[in-house]
Design a protein around this ligand. Structure first.
Ligand SMILES: [Cu+2]
Length: 559
């Protein structure tokens, strides 16, 4: 199955015909970084892959082993490999200028680190726009012991958003014209139909307000025109996973997209979410879930009938979908749903309308109530001051906001509030310090920043070994940002206290405040950024330096 060379060394004593390991198992993996052709079924382009293909191989590690990974760069530019979500020494983290210098053309870099965790992760280049150009693969880490749930077979389902343009070209276009790829803008026709519906004054006021916010009502996604892939296959190429009716199938969903959030469902099958970002959660039965860029969700499905089921992953902006099939035999297909109507941000999604409002009143508020609200105080407001007006924390997918989708069948849509750790990694204790990170930007000029400062002009964030930092993310923009801290876990505060889920990506909806806590237990320098490729490149990025201090007492696992 694996196309890459894997050699096995088992240092141990061979006694009376059985192995008695005296040291941990050591594995060596070889990866090459190669120019490849990416064929989505809709377009074909040159890109970057591993061991001759994009996506690269599924790397299968085992908890407790020491891995050696030789990465050889066959490109004519510098590359790097970052092991997304893996806990490891910072020099092995693979971020050029922060962990190391990168891997020069023709060179081989050898990564060596112990595998101290289990679950579903992925790897990707952290150089330039190589990741949007195809440089990613999956990681599966098997536990030493038994999983707390049963399944008969498993598949990696890696979602990506292949674009006909190279990442470099996309960035140049966005910088020149921020709405370059936001093609589904409202038309003159829609303006007049809104005038008919809402009246001329209301419509003009609404448009003027949007103009002053430097946003368009369609800014759910700032990149369109891509083809979503499942394991490298476009919708027409239909990636297929086989099953025997009655089997429990574990699907390891990984969102390796540059920019695209997906809403995932399998019509006819309920999904039991058992893991998020590599950490087991208490099982939750859902009909649909949203996967932020760079997150992973493991679900178990149990198709009982002898028929095919469609895996359908719609982009959050409803401009495209990934499609695959689960089937008892090759060649079988099931109906492919239509894309649902695109969500339009309404003025009620504006951060300031959340100020001072409690969840209950938000949730019960209808659109017509919102329409009656006075927006005149919006005019002349400085965009940069919006943050100060936001009081209300909403760690979930914007309850009461027009952005919260409903499951297609009217059933259960997973919310962050549903995620509870199966087994906490750390003792629950109060944070020792709060660090506020305002998520900021100017959509018009395609500037993305943290605390209004872009990476190139920013001082590193300094943390002390042994502290427990409470990060307060205040999203002052109208886009959703998947925030990713390298090297240490992100414990999402969703109100579950001791059972708060342990993640590596925390998604922050427009105009909301979300808290996460980190046990600062990994010395060195780490990257901390929005995982939307073009936001990170535009400056929504920081270096974190972990210095000094005592080793955390809470470091040890609770059990
Ligand atoms: Cu972002």
């Amino acid at each position: 199955m694996c196309k890459f060379l894997r050699t096995k060394l088992l240092p141990g004593l061979m006694l009376a015909g059985f192995a008695l390991p005296v040291a941990v198992q050591a594995e060596t993996y070889n990866l090459t970084v190669d120019p490849v052709t990416i064929d989505t079924g809709e377009f074909s382009r040159s890109g970057i892959g591993y061991n001759g293909a994009s996506p690269g191989p599924v790397l299968r590690f085992k908890e407790g082993e020491d891995v050696t990974i030789n990465v050889t760069n066959n490109l004519d530019t510098t590359t790097s490999v970052h092991w997304h979500g893996l806990i490891l020494p910072y020099k092995m983290d693979g971020v050029p200028t922060i962990s190391y210098d990168g891997i020069a053309p023709g060179e081989t870099f050898t990564y060596k680190f112990p595998i101290v965790q289990t679950g579903t992760y992925w790897f990707h280049s952290h150089s330039g726009f190589q990741e949007p150009d195809g440089a990613y693969g999956a990681i599966v880490i098997e536990p030493k012991g038994r999983e707390p749930f049963r399944y008969d077979r498993e598949y990696v389902v890696q979602l990506t958003d292949a674009h006909p343009h190279s990442g470099g070209r996309i960035m140049r276009n966005l910088k020149t014209m921020a709405d370059y790829y936001n093609r589904k803008q409202q038309t003159v026709g829609e303006f007049f139909s809104d005038v008919k519906k809402d009246g001329f004054d209301a419509t003009v006021t609404e448009r003027m307000n949007w103009g002053e916010m430097r946003m368009m009502p369609t800014d759910v996604e700032d990149l369109q025109g891509f083809t979503p892939l499942i394991n490298g296959k476009g919708p027409s190429q239909n990636w297929t996973g086989l099953f025997e009716p009655g089997e429990r199938v574990r699907l390891r969903f990984i969102n390796s997209s540059a920019m695209t959030y997906f809403d995932v469902r399998i019509p006819g099958l309920q999904m039991t979410v058992v893991q998020s970002d590599g950490n087991n959660v208490r099982p939750v039965k859902v009909d649909e879930f949203r996967i932020a860029v760079a997150e992973t969700y493991d679900v178990i499905v149990r198709p009982k009938e002898d028929k095919a089921f469609t895996i359908f992953a719609e982009s959050m902006g409803r401009t495209a979908y990934a499609r695959g099939t689960l089937a008892p035999r090759e060649g079988m297909t099931a109906a492919v749903p239509e894309l649902r109507e695109r969500p339009l941000l309404s003025m009620s999604d504006m951060p300031m309308n959340h100020a001072g409002m409690d969840h209950a009143s938000m949730a019960g508020m209808s659109d017509s109530n919102m329409k009656g609200m006075d927006h005149s105080n919006m005019k002349g407001m400085d965009h940069s001051k919006m943050g100060a007006m936001m009081k209300q924390a909403d760690p979930f997918y914007a309850k009461g906001s027009g952005l919260l989708p409903k499951a297609a069948n009217g059933g259960k849509f997973l919310s962050y509030a549903d995620l509870k750790a199966q087994k906490p990694l750390y003792k629950h204790r109060p944070a020792t310090r709060e660090v506020e990170i305002r998520i900021t930007g100017n959509m018009e000029r395609y500037i993305w920043s943290l605390n209004d400062v872009k990476y190139g002009d920013a001082e590193p964030i300094r943390l002390k070994l042994g502290e427990r930092v409470r990060f307060k993310f205040v999203n002052e923009t109208m886009m959703t940002h998947p925030m990713h801290l390298h090297g240490m876990w992100s414990i999402l505060d969703n109100g579950s206290k001791k059972w708060n889920p342990i993640k590596h990506v925390v998604s922050v909806s427009p105009g909301t405040t979300v808290y996460m806590e980190t046990e600062v237990d990994a010395p060195g320098q780490w990257a901390f950024h929005c995982h939307l490729s073009y936001h990170a490149a535009a400056g929504m990025f920081r270096k974190v330096i972990v210095e000094g201090g005592e080793k955390s007492a809470a470091l040890k696992s609770v059990q």
